[in-house]
Design a protein around this ligand. Structure first.
Ligand SMILES: Nc1nc2c(ncn2[C@@H]2O[C@H](COP(=O)(O)OP(=O)(O)OP(=O)(O)O)[C@@H](O)[C@H]2O)c(=O)[nH]1
Ligand SMILES: [Zn+2]
Length: 394
């Protein structure tokens, strides 16, 4: 259900203070069964640097033949002080537009109160949507927006996060990805690529094959998990964009295959990389949680140079002791979830834990060793190498 309406004072306070990311508890079976009766509406987040082709993609989807009623939320942040945001709805080729009022123009802070409320109001007026597409601002960290929907899903909302699409400009993409930020912070373009389930390298008409190769290699070295496609005018088959099920257990069926194709590039001069490892056997659930929490919450895991590892995206297929089902781990920033998939392990010999991390200062060997020590072998609370003292907040 949607959050209750807040009083004006409470809302004022809320707007000043962006919501914090909170851990999700593993769902209880009963709750999950109840949710099965509700038809949930997917939301796809479309992100990408300024001018990459996000709106072009949404317009294309809206006018393409589909038998769905799609709502599009455009978040044109930074355009003066406009507090009204356009909500376009497409049904059977017909387009209509509604306006959302977003208090401070910041979608990440207000979508939960106003955006979802407005969507609900609109659904009451116009009937339910089948799908929601949300364009974030060119400078947004899609993780913040994604977390909103993720948490809400856990609260029983009828909206769920389907996937994150990142559009990259072929001509300027490399420039944006390699832009240096003060204090060694990860730039926005890189964060957007790191979090993507699908990356569209758009405007390929504007660059040579050589430039394109360079950009593709850079993108792959950042995110070895998401799918990469090349487009012009953001055009691609709708099945590449909609219904990716990147965050729910439906993806369990294909996740095992997908994880086999994770690419990890040799270390380029990149601040963000993908690392993956595969450890045979099963993990204790408790120890796995401790391992993940040290990494995501405590942030006390360091690489060889003593730098703290920062995980932006985590995905994995793991075996938990005494659980017949394959388990799926999903993480975005500090938020993570461990869920049963619908697939069972065939036999004990097959059981393994495969994890994929996308983030900064990641060292595969240290992570894998830490995982083996913490999860696979011992339940004792030992301090493993690379794990001494807290790291400063990012
Ligand atoms: N040459 C070329 N231009 C494109 C292509 N795709 C989009 N454009 C143009 O690029 C410009 C920006 O596209 P938008 O779709 O508005 O980009 P956006 O990501 O929504 O931009 P912001 O909302 O400002 O961040 C527009 O003028 C588009 O017509 C393409 O494949 N090739
Ligand atoms: Zn746009």
């Amino acid at each position: 259900m949607l959050p209750a309406m807040k009083t004006v004072e409470a809302e004022e306070e809320y707007a000043e203070d962006c919501p914090e990311l909170v851990p999700i508890e593993t769902k209880h079976q009963e709750k999950e069964e109840n949710l099965d009766f509700i038809i949930k509406i997917p939301v796809t987040i479309v992100t990408g640097y300024l001018g990459a082709g996000k709106t072009t993609l949404l317009n294309y989807i809206l006018t393409e033949q589909h038998n769905r009623k799609i709502a599009v939320i455009l978040n044109e942040f930074g355009e003066g002080n406009a507090v009204e945001k356009s909500l376009a709805v497409s049904q059977g080729g017909e387009l209509y537009e509604e306006w959302l009022e977003l208090r401070n123009g910041c979608l990440c802070c207000s979508v939960k109160d106003n955006g979802l409320k407005a969507i609900e109001n609109l659904m009451q007026k116009k009937g339910k949507f089948d799908y929601i597409l949300l364009e974030t601002t060119g400078l947004a960290d899609p993780g913040a927006v994604a977390s909103m929907f993720w948490v809400d899903a856990e609260l029983g909302s009828d909206i769920y996060l389907d996937g994150i699409i990142t559009v990259v400009d072929s001509k300027y993409g490399l420039k944006h990805l390699t832009e240096e930020k003060p204090d060694g912070l990860v730039n926005e373009a890189t964060r957007q690529v790191a979090l993507a389930d699908m990356i569209l390298i758009n405007k390929t008409d504007l660059v040579s094959e050589e430039e394109l190769n360079k950009l593709r290699t850079t993108i792959r070295s950042i995110n070895g998990l998401g799918k990469v496609l090349e487009t012009q005018r953001s055009r691609t088959h709708l099945s590449n964009i909609l219904d990716l099920h990147a965050y729910d257990t439906l993806s369990g069926i294909s996740l095992q295959k997908k994880l086999q194709h994770v690419s990890t590039a040799p270390h380029l001069d990149q601040s963000i990389v993908t690392v993956t490892f595969d450890v045979p056997g099963s993990a204790e659930e408790e120890s796995l949680n401790v391992f993940i929490q040290n990494l995501l919450w405590e942030k006390n895991v360091k690489n060889k140079d003593g730098r703290c590892m920062e995980v932006i995206r985590l995905k994995g297929l793991v075996s938990i002791k005494d659980k017949p089902q394959q388990m799926i781990v999903q993480g975005i920033h500090e938020l993570y979830e461990l869920e049963e998939s619908r697939v069972n392990w065939k036999d004990d010999a097959e059981r393994a834990c495969q994890l994929v991390f996308i983030g900064k200062n990641l060292d595969k060997d240290i992570l894998q060793q830490l995982f083996i020590t913490a999860v696979a072998e011992t339940k004792e609370q030992t301090t493993a190498p690379g794990q001494d003292g807290a790291c400063p907040p990012h």
